[in-house]
Design a protein around this ligand. Structure first.
Ligand SMILES: *Cc1c(COP(=O)(O)O)cnc(C)c1O
Length: 435
């Protein structure tokens, strides 16, 4: 594969942009090699600046449920552009998209639009703290909620008590307010609550979770895990926040909460909700959301929030979902086809690598033990993954450049695309296991 122009651009980029990229995982650091500079995307395909074409399974890390540049979203953006790009005043479209979201996701009684998933999760935590008057939050090890200070925390050594910052610049104070539990381990959650009681009750404002995890690779909640979480939060007066930035509108029209039939107090969105433009949102219980400024005292604002171009793309995406609920059956069928094809290839080589899939999210973990939390995900052979990644790339298949990410099937992937991917996977596996 000729990647001359990408290499040249990367050298140039590194002079002006930290690491040459505007978001770290794009740099291919965990798989090695030079990131490809993309010039164009259409349907299931992406083309790089050297003219190489790929079947894309990143979908811009989640937003592209319908593949690249679907005509109905493109047209909606073009129509909106005719009227101007931003007003800093309310528009009718903001009312329509808010109505539509409350219709698609029943737990959402009110919603506030922001500009990214990170902004959504930061704002939801502030809402929960403001509403409860409590400071501490619980997150689960391996879940990602954007780059807000109080999320960049990992479990301290040994006991699951106080967290420690995973990044310089995050204060000890932030770390002390964030407690870390283990995904799929309800006892680890109960233990934290017990350890954090004052004479007034527990000191925990909120728990935030990816109800289905995508950010340590695809990890699926065990039977009843989310329901138990819900019950404990209700008993203890803790705000349950589902971070559905990735799973929202992907796993079903109502997200993971619809699939698992668990109703959170607040939900955060991003990715698909913006139809490929920078959008996030948070919403949920009316009594909590009415505390947000200007109807209540909890401050949160945004110059470009509810931007008309972004809203037109998001509204087109969500309207399509409302009018074509059958897309989720197609996504399930096609994703199962891909899963089975890859699975057979693994089996035929006498391996038992774990392929976690739910709907159109999946991850092939290079470990033979079940992956159900962060610790088990970390057992993966990341060097083997890196070689598999490059073998796939050489065969025209663009996977996320990290073992700990989900790949996404879109409605634009054809059966031919998936067959090609299965064949490439079988060849790639044979190659990486041969030497
Ligand atoms: C991507 C993601 C975020 C962060 O969203 P950005 O738009 O990148 O800020 C937060 N939570 C989850 C679950 C995500 O997948």
């Amino acid at each position: 594969m000729n990647t001359q122009l990408s290499e040249k651009l990367f050298e140039e980029a590194k002079k002006y942009i930290p690491g040459g990229v505007n978001s770290p995982v794009r740099a291919f650091k965990s798989v090695g090699g030079t990131p490809l500079f993309i010039s164009k995307g259409y349907g299931s395909k992406m083309i790089d600046v050297d003219g190489n074409e790929f079947i894309d399974f990143i979908g811009s890390w989640g937003p592209h449920l319908f593949g690249h540049n679907p005509p109905f979203i493109k047209q909606a953006i073009l129509n909106a552009l005719e009227n101007g790009t931003s007003f800093g005043a309310p528009t009718e479209l903001e009312v329509k998209i808010a109505q539509l979201i409350t219709e698609l996701v029943p737990s959402i009684e009110m919603i506030r639009m922001v500009n990214s998933g990170t902004e959504a999760t930061m704002s939801a935590i502030r809402a929960a703290r403001g509403f409860t008057g409590k400071d501490k939050i619980i997150k689960f090890e391996g879940c990602y909620h954007g780059h807000g200070d109080f999320f960049l925390i990992k479990a301290g050594s040994g006991a699951l008590t106080f967290g420690v910052p995973t990044s310089p610049g995050v204060t000890k104070g932030n770390a002390a307010d964030t407690l870390i539990a283990e995904f799929n381990n309800i006892d680890s959650f109960k233990k934290l609550i017990k350890e954090n009681k004052s004479s007034y009750g527990n000191t925990i404002a909120a728990v935030i979770i990816e109800p289905v995890v995508g950010n340590m690779g695809t990890v699926i909640p065990k039977e009843n895990f989310l329901k138990e979480l819900r019950d404990i939060c209700s008993e203890e007066g803790i705000i349950l926040i589902f971070d559905e930035v990735m799973t929202g509108f992907r796993l079903s029209k109502g997200g993971a909460q619809e699939l698992f039939n668990v109703k959170p107090d607040l939900t955060t969105f991003g990715k698909i909700i913006g139809g490929g433009l920078p959008v996030g949102a948070y919403g949920g219980r009316r009594d909590i959301m009415e505390m947000i400024s200007p109807s209540g005292p909890i401050y949160q604002a945004g110059t470009l929030s509810g931007n008309p171009i972004a809203m037109s793309a998001g509204y087109a995406a969500l309207s399509y979902i409302k009018n074509h609920p059958e897309i989720y059956d197609t996504l399930e069928k096609n994703s199962a086809y891909l899963e089975n094809g890859i699975r057979e290839g693994i089996k035929s080589l006498g391996k038992n690598y774990q392929l976690n899939r739910i709907g159109s999210m999946m991850t092939l973990f290079f470990t033979e033990e079940p992956v159900m939390d962060y610790k088990s995900a970390l057992k993966s052979d990341t060097q083997l993954f890196a070689r598999y990644f490059h073998e796939m790339l050489n065969r025209g298949i663009y996977l996320p450049p990290s073992q700990f990410e989900a790949m996404f099937v879109s409605t634009a992937h054809s059966i031919e695309d998936l067959e090609k991917t299965i064949n490439a996977s079988n060849e790639a596996l044979r190659k990486v296991l041969a030497n």
